[in-house]
Write a protein that binds this ligand. Sequence first.
Ligand SMILES: *Cc1c(COP(=O)(O)O)cnc(C)c1O
Length: 408
Amino acid sequence: MTISHAELRQFPVQDDCLQLGGIALTRLAERVGRTPFYAYERNHIQSRIGLLRQVLPAGVHLHYAVKANPMPALVQMMASLVDGFDVASGGEMKIALDAGMPSPRISFAGPGKSNAELRSAVAAGVVLHLESEDEMARAARVGELLGIRPRVAVRVNPEFELKYAGMKMAGGARQFGVDAERVPVMLRKLGQLELDFQGFHLFCGAQNLSAKAICEAQLLSVQLALRLAEHAPAPMRLLNIGGGFGVPYFPGERPLDLAAVAEGLHATAQVLSAASPETRLILELGRYLVAEGGVYVCRVLERKLSHGQVFVITDGGLHHHLAASGNFGQVIRKNYPVAVGNRMHAAPREVVTVVGPLCTPLDMLADSMELARVEPGDYVVVFQSGAYGLTASPTAFLGHPPPLEVLV
Ligand SMILES: *Cc1c(COP(=O)(O)O)cnc(C)c1O
């Protein structure tokens, strides 16, 4: 069985060796000093953002969702490329502030913000995306205590949901946001509190490869926000309509049609600017900006034959890259794109199963995949690994050292 993948051409190959940031993988591995490691390529991320800037309507602000990859050096680079950051914890807020992003351009979303997080967020001056009436009351109390008027936006849980999203985060009963029908009452209370109302936030879902579904959700989000804004105590200065742009991971998946998304967003942005010209429209993207610019690299320790099947045992696995093992949100395990980085097109090829060193059958990086024939010491590369990699993995499981990370 040969498993094919969306063609991966984001990194060049020279002398059969993958090049990252203009450096041969074998040499980069020597520079890093040990495997496994993650490598993120500046050039790829910069081009991705450049492409978005080219096609998106001019007034749209582009935010980076730090959750996708919070490596401080990467976030630092992002600070000069995007218009704002979205964070979802006190820890991410610290990274965002350290990177030099001005606090009014940082938004803090997520259910269950602690009082300590609210306090430091209000002191910092970031925009709190309120996820409940209780959180609104707590934010107002913190503001009173500190003598600061907290900047707030209301995260809305709309009635509609994002079709074809890999992960739905709105529509129906959710732990995220405030049900749309309850928002008018909440806004009346908000007006009686010492809170600086900024606008609304809607985030419908993630990992969507359907331009049509994204465009529909964006238009519905703007229409809903305009209706809710009639109940707001102050003008709607910002409207964050989320993102959810997906990237292809698995056999048969096609890249998102960005031109179609941009076309829809031009129309949607016009609806907003006609009704509310002062409102800043914000798109928040994590995965789409960084996933394809990153790889995970591990080394072959051993080849093993069992009942006629070849197992390639590596020093990397699910403890570093849970998503590639298929255990982060997948229902049926599918292979991430994998290659042998120092034998990209070499013959002979064979069908193998690539596993890690952990004592669990879940620790698998590629199931029955055709790869170049490997020897111990060769480099196994997992593509599409720049988002939800290291920090979305159980690094303490089995007690192996964590992987390194480089930005090249
Ligand atoms: C996770 C998350 C994002 C980022 O989603 P991606 O799929 O990485 O683009 C953006 N906004 C919010 C509120 C999130 O929770």
